[in-house]
Design a protein around this ligand. Structure first.
Ligand code: SAM
Length: 276
């Protein structure tokens, strides 16, 4: 059996997502965002799932862009969970005054025992995060505990092909960005969800949007009018490397080496009184 030292994994992630690196991601992805698509990318996570007034949990909330967007647009009450303590502070600082009662950010030090009451969320979502989690079992069990009986778990994540291996384009991205990305196939992902008490309702391939958004990011990073603002957060060498990284993502998606996939799952019938 493969065992994962979660504490070591979290320390690595903290090292990967330095403040400087996150500012560079934000320059590419837009204010508060550390993944592609901006508002369209956030909306696409949920499709036609109603969000108005819902209680939401964002796993890997980053700088908090999605949480604040959803609270403002849908009057949702959103908690963002993060393994990086500096991001919890930064995202908290950035909550607009009018959303202070609707959004909060909480530090996570493991993939279980999160400091929230059982069955308290309508929707748990995550965008561009779980590919960093090598063993998702514990985390899905915790999501099941936190979801209401009719709650939904909605994940947008990077998957590999069925080989469960990345290819040369993701390898180059990892080399450039020094990120830990764990390869998981669609069937493997669904099996892990099912094993941990979820029924998978839908799986949608969003790679086409991902390619388009990454093309837009490259255009922004190459725009001479934005050069000055980019150079405030990255050196010229870092800008060139970032462009190569986004090109690698496009090639990986075009060649089926990586896919951006949206999965919607619901809690399987708990069968009798709640065990939580
Ligand atoms: C690519 S960023 C995406 C951030 C945010 N979801 C967004 O779209 O802007 C990945 C984030 O996941 C966080 N993360 C990674 N593993 C995590 C875990 N097990 N629990 C919570 N957050 C995690 C990282 O610290 C980082 O902020």
């Amino acid at each position: 059996m493969v065992t994962v030292d979660t504490a070591a994994a979290f320390t690595t992630l903290e090292n990967e997502y330095t403040p400087q690196y996150c500012l560079q991601l934000e320059a590419a992805y837009g204010p508060g965002m550390m993944s592609e698509g901006g508002a369209a990318g956030i909306e696409q996570i949920f499709g036609d799932v109603p969000l108005h007034g819902k209680r939401l949990l964002d796993i890997g909330a980053g700088l908090g862009g999605a949480a604040c967007y959803l609270a403002a647009k849908y009057q949702a009450r959103v908690t963002g969970l993060e393994v990086n303590s500096w991001m919890v502070s930064e995202a908290t600082k950035r909550i607009p005054q009018e959303l202070k009662n609707a959004v909060d950010f909480v530090l996570s030090t493991s993939n279980s025992n999160w400091p929230m009451a059982s069955q308290s969320f309508d929707i748990i979502y995550s965008k561009g995060v779980l590919t960093h989690v090598s063993d998702k079992n514990e985390l899905f069990v915790e999501c099941r505990r936190l979801l209401k009986a009719d709650g939904l778990l909605i994940i947008t994540d990077w998957l590999s092909s069925e080989s469960k291996k990345w290819g040369p384009n993701v390898a180059r991205l990892v080399e450039l960005e020094k990120l830990s990305l764990f390869a998981e196939s669609e069937s493997g992902y669904c099996a892990t969800l099912e094993r941990n008490g979820f029924s998978v309702l839908s799986v949608r391939d969003d790679s086409g949007s991902c390619i388009e958004w990454n093309r837009q990011i490259i255009a922004r990073l190459q725009d001479p009018a934005l050069r000055e603002s980019h150079l405030k957060v990255m050196t010229e060498l870092e800008r060139v490397a970032a462009i190569e990284g986004y090109e690698a993502i496009i090639h990986a998606m075009e060649q089926g080496e990586a896919r951006m996939v949206n999965l919607v799952a619901k809690v399987k019938d708990r069968g009798g009184p709640s065990p939580f």
